[in-house]
Every structure is written in structure tokens, then in C-alpha cells.
Design a protein around this ligand. Structure first.
Ligand code: ZN
Ligand code: ZN
Length: 540
């Protein structure tokens, strides 16, 4: 039976009562109590009560509601161990073979919240029956595990099975499209949503805004946004992010202003979006104004906001101020902030500061650093001529088995996503692509282009080595785009890292020489190359 709704304080009373009288209590009452806890700010209590009851010889037998409730409590707690145990218990119980997929759906959701795709898919594959919720949970699990390509495959299989998507499925499928830059598929899903009558559902509209913006179609995103009769904070935020990522910082800030005037309260992500807009133009004063006004919306800065401010200050060259800012942050900071600082010091030619900060900050945490920090350290040592130290960093990377993150670019051609890695030769059209790139380089050379290996390479992953410069993933994707797309069509490439200086200047030139609109979405923002210039104004 569906449990009734009780409040947390009622739950606490019931809890005490249940512990005393478990032998006489029914699962209906127990479920109501568990659910109240699970949805409260203390989901751990639901698991505790369950354990408590399990010790009673006559405890109520858990049913599907019990499992669903406990699994969502485990998901909210982020407790993998608890979820695992519930899974084992569920397998042992008689419920497993019954036709209700309630608890199995919750199980998929639980694994998905732990970003564990494989166990989620295993549960999904073994389900005797799958409903739209099962499919949606599996698709969401794939998106959350950075496997958006697979998520879209699942979406197609679901359609092929004759199960129509609902609004929630549409939202996750659109997230996958946004992630991949899969514009053609995103448009097709938009059409389904229209036919099925939920394209004006606010969550779907917001997902559409995000998808179009991330696929380089800011105008389409704006149209959907403007048509929404009631805009919630998520819609406003998606649109502000859209402007901000496309380098339209003025529009992003104006929209934020409008949102506040309309009485919509911003949330953490809104502030992040606005600060990103300031960062990408180096607007320090504007950034401070937003940051200092957060309390007016009842918000306290969180680590992501501090990160934006440090990035804004450091990138704009206010290095002393940025360093002082980090030191005053009242919560625990991570290596990322210092990495930003070190990178910016290097960008502004303050090698001394870069080296000092590295020794004071990064070297202390050497055991827990990510690849980006190692590569950055190697570069800082290299730029001050400390080759021995640089070699040590390399050696540490090898010893700690920190692999390099391969640069990867995607491009959609005729509704299919093609993926390229740096120096990739695995593509069926590989030869043609390399020949095309050779031809492009020849043409560019005649326009005065020569490959530049800049000292200040932004993310400085290993991909960005001179030897491979010519075959960076976005260049391969671009060559493929030039082959496959007719002259009028613009080219959208989605890259997992930041572009290096050389790719950036090559793209500018190509947009003029080949008269193409080229858009690259890198890890941070959009670059629209048109007639020899980039929308970022070379500030990135
Ligand atoms: Zn490059
Ligand atoms: Zn650019």
C-alpha cells in the first residue's frame, strides 16, 4: 500500500514507538516513517530505523515501497555500501521476481547517483519488464557517467521498443544531446516533444534552451526562452549560462538584472553563470558587485563562487588581490584554486610568483594531485629553466600512473557523432582527413600562418606538444567537417579540453580562407570563428 505522508517530527515519534512495538507494527506505518526521513535533511535516519527494525524477530517484512524509500535515502546520502547491501537484500527477498519494477527502478537510480553505470545497466538488463521510468533511469545513468553517446543509443532502443518517452525521458535525452553537441538529434527530440505535447513543459523547455545553447544555436534557445509563459529560476539560469558561454556577457548580465526585477530569486548556479560572464570579459568591478550582493538573496558564497572570483581577478592580472582573496576564503579550499592562480601568474609573466605558489601550495599535496596540476608544475619548472625538477615531476606522474587525458573532439555529421582523438588514425576516413588537413595547412601557410607552440598553453595537457600540434583533435574534426559538410553549412565542434593557441589562430584563419562559420565549444566556453576573428576576442 502507498504509505501516507507524515512530517519529520511525527516520524520521530513513530520511530520511538516502532522501536518499542515492532512486533505489532505494520509495514504501512514503517514505510511512512522511512519515507519522511528519506525526504528530510537526515536521510541516514531512514537507514538506521530500518536496521533497528531488522533486529526484531517479528519486524515488518520490507516491501517495494520500503526498498524504493531506502534506496533513495542511500542515494541522497551517497552511501554506496548501504545501497549495495539493500541490493543484496532485495535479491534474497521474494520481491525480486515479482512484476513490480518500483524497487528495481530505484536501484538503477541509486547506482546512477553513485555514477556507476555498469551495475545500473546490469539491473536494467535483467529486469523482467521495463517501463518508461526504467528506461529513463538507465538513460540518466549513462548521461551522469559521461556516456552520453550510449545514452542516445538507449533512447533509440526505447523508441524502437515502442515505448513513448515522457517529459523526464525527454529532459535526460536532451542533456545527452547538449553534452555531445548533437544538434540534429536534439532537434528530432524537440519535434517528438512537440508531437507528444510536452514541449512547453517547463523542465523540457529549460532542457531545450540548454541543448540549443550548447549546440551553438543561441537564437533558438532565446526563442524558446522568450516563449515560456512562466520562467522559473532554472530557465533563467540556463539562458544566462547560454549567453555567458557564448561570450555575450552584457546580455547575460542584463538578463540577470531582469530576472531579479521580476522577483525571481537566483540560486547558486545563477550566480555562477553571472560570475562566469564577468570572468570571460575580465569585468572585475561587475563581478565584485554580484559577489557582494549575494547575501541580499539569502545566499552565502560556495566554493564554485570563490573559484570564479579568483579566476576573474587572476586572469585580469590582479594577482596580489587574487592571492589575498584566496587566503581570506573561510572554507577549505582545494588545489584547483591555486592551480588557477599559478596558471594566471604564468600567463602574466610573473614566474616568480608561479614558482613560489607551487612550492608553497601544490607540492604539499603532491600525493593527491590531478593530472592538470602535474602538467602545470612541469611547465612552471620548464619556464624557469629548472629541468631537473621538471624531470622529477614527470617521474612522479609515471610512478603514480597519472595517465594523460586525451584531447577529444566531436562533430555531428548527418545525425551521427564522430569522435576524434589527438593524432587519431582510427577513423574509417582517416587518410582522407589527414590529406585534407595537409591541404588546409598549405593554404594557411600562403596566408602567412606558421604553427606556434606557445609557452602559455592553457591547460597544457600532454596533447599540446609541438610534435602533435598539427593533429590536435579539433583540427582532425574540422578537416572531416570541411570534407563532409557543404559550403553553406556551419561547423560545430565539441572539445573536452581547452583549445591551444595554435588551434585557435588556425581556426580564425580557416574561417576567413574557407569562408566558414566555425564554432568550437571547449571545456570552458564557445569560440565562434567568422571571417578571421573569434567571438572571444582572444581572451580565454
Ligand atoms: Zn591545439
Ligand atoms: Zn576564441
Amino acid at each position: 500500500m502507498e504509505p501516507a505522508t507524515v512530517t519529520v517530527s511525527q516520524a520521530a515519534q513513530l520511530h520511538a514507538q516502532l522501536v518499542k512495538t515492532a512486533p505489532h507494527s505494520d509495514s504501512y506505518l514503517a514505510n511512512a516513517t522511512l519515507r519522511a526521513y528519506s525526504k528530510s535533511s537526515r536521510p541516514g535516519r531512514a537507514l538506521k530505523l530500518f536496521l533497528h527494525l531488522q533486529c526484531h524477530p517479528f519486524a515488518p517484512i520490507p516491501d517495494h515501497f520500503t526498498f524504493s524509500t531506502l534506496l533513495s535515502a542511500a542515494a541522497r546520502l551517497g552511501s554506496f555500501a548501504a545501497g549495495r547491501q539493500l541490493h543484496a537484500l532485495l535479491l534474497k527477498s521474494a520481491l525480486h521476481s515479482s512484476s513490480s519494477h518500483h524497487s528495481l527502478n530505484s536501484l538503477i537510480f541509486f547506482y546512477s547517483s553513485c555514477r556507476l553505470l555498469l551495475p545500473a545497466l546490469q539491473v536494467f538488463d535483467e529486469m523482467p519488464q521495463r517501463d518508461v521510468v526504467s528506461w529513463t533511469s538507465a538513460i540518466a545513468a549513462a548521461v551522469d557517467a559521461d556516456s552520453s553517446g550510449y545514452a542516445l543509443d538507449l533512447f533509440e532502443s526505447m523508441m524502437a521498443d515502442g515505448i513513448p518517452p515522457n517529459d523526464a525521458t525527454t529532459v535526460v535525452a536532451l542533456r545527452a544531446c547538449a553534452d555531445l553537441g548533437a544538434l540534429a538529434t536534439g532537434r528530432r527530440i524537440h519535434r517528438f516533444a512537440r508531437v507528444l505535447g510536452f514541449s512547453s513543459n517547463p523542465n523540457v523547455s529549460t532542457a531545450l534552451i540548454d541543448m540549443y545553447a550548447k549546440c551553438g544555436r543561441l537564437k533558438c534557445a532565446e526563442e524558446i526562452f522568450d516563449r515560456m509563459p512562466e520562467k522559473d529560476v532554472f530557465a533563467w539560469t540556463a539562458m544566462i549560462f547560454g549567453f555567458s558561454n557564448h561570450g555575450k556577457s552584457r546580455e547575460a548580465l542584463d538578463l540577470f538584472q531582469r530576472m531579479v526585477e521580476m522577483g525571481v530569486r537566483p540560486d547558486d548556479r545563477t550566480i555562477t553563470a553571472v560570475l562566469c560572464a564577468c570572468r570571460s570579459k575580465g569585468w572585475v568591478a561587475e563581478g565584485y558587485r554580484v559577489y557582494n550582493n549575494m547575501h541580499k538573496f539569502g545566499m552565502r558564497p560556495r566554493i564554485q563562487h570563490y573559484g570564479c572570483m579568483v579566476d576573474l581577478l587572476a586572469r585580469a592580472g590582479h594577482l596580489d588581490e587574487a592571492e589575498g582573496f584566496i587566503k581570506k576564503i573561510p572554507i577549505e579550499t582545494d588545489a584547483v584554486l591555486w592551480r588557477t592562480m599559478i596558471w594566471a601568474s604564468k600567463l602574466h609573466g610573473d614566474e616568480e610568483r608561479a614558482e613560489r605558489l607551487m612550492e608553497e601550495r601544490l607540492l604539499l599535496e603532491i600525493g593527491s594531485l590531478d593530472i592538470g596540476s602535474y602538467v602545470l608544475m612541469g611547465n612552471v619548472f620548464g619556464s624557469v629553466g629548472k629541468w631537473r625538477e621538471k624531470a622529477k615531476v614527470r617521474e612522479m606522474m609515471v610512478r603514480r600512473r597519472v595517465g594523460k587525458l586525451p584531447g577529444c573532439s566531436r562533430i555531428e555529421v548527418n545525425g551521427m557523432i564522430h569522435e576524434f582523438e589527438a593524432g587519431d588514425s582510427g577513423h574509417p576516413d582517416g587518410r582522407m582527413i589527414y590529406e585534407k588537413w595537409g591541404e588546409v595547412v598549405e593554404k594557411l601557410r600562403m596566408e602567412g600562418y606558421s604553427p606556434t607552440v606557445s609557452e602559455v598553453i592553457l591547460d597544457m595537457e600532454d596533447e599540446e606538444k609541438a610534435s602533435q600540434l598539427n593533429h590536435h583533435s579539433e583540427k582532425l574534426a574540422l578537416a572531416f567537417g570541411l570534407i563532409k559538410k557543404s559550403p553553406g553549412e556551419d561547423i560545430l565542434i565539441v572539445k573536452n579540453l581547452r583549445s591551444c593557441q595554435d588551434c585557435h589562430s588556425a581556426m580564425k584563419l580557416i574561417s576567413r580562407v574557407y569562408n566558414r562559420e566555425i564554432t568550437i565549444r571547449d571545456r570552458i566556453k564557445f569560440h565562434h570563428f567568422s571571417n578571421g576573428i573569434c567571438s572571444c576576442g582572444d581572451y580565454w
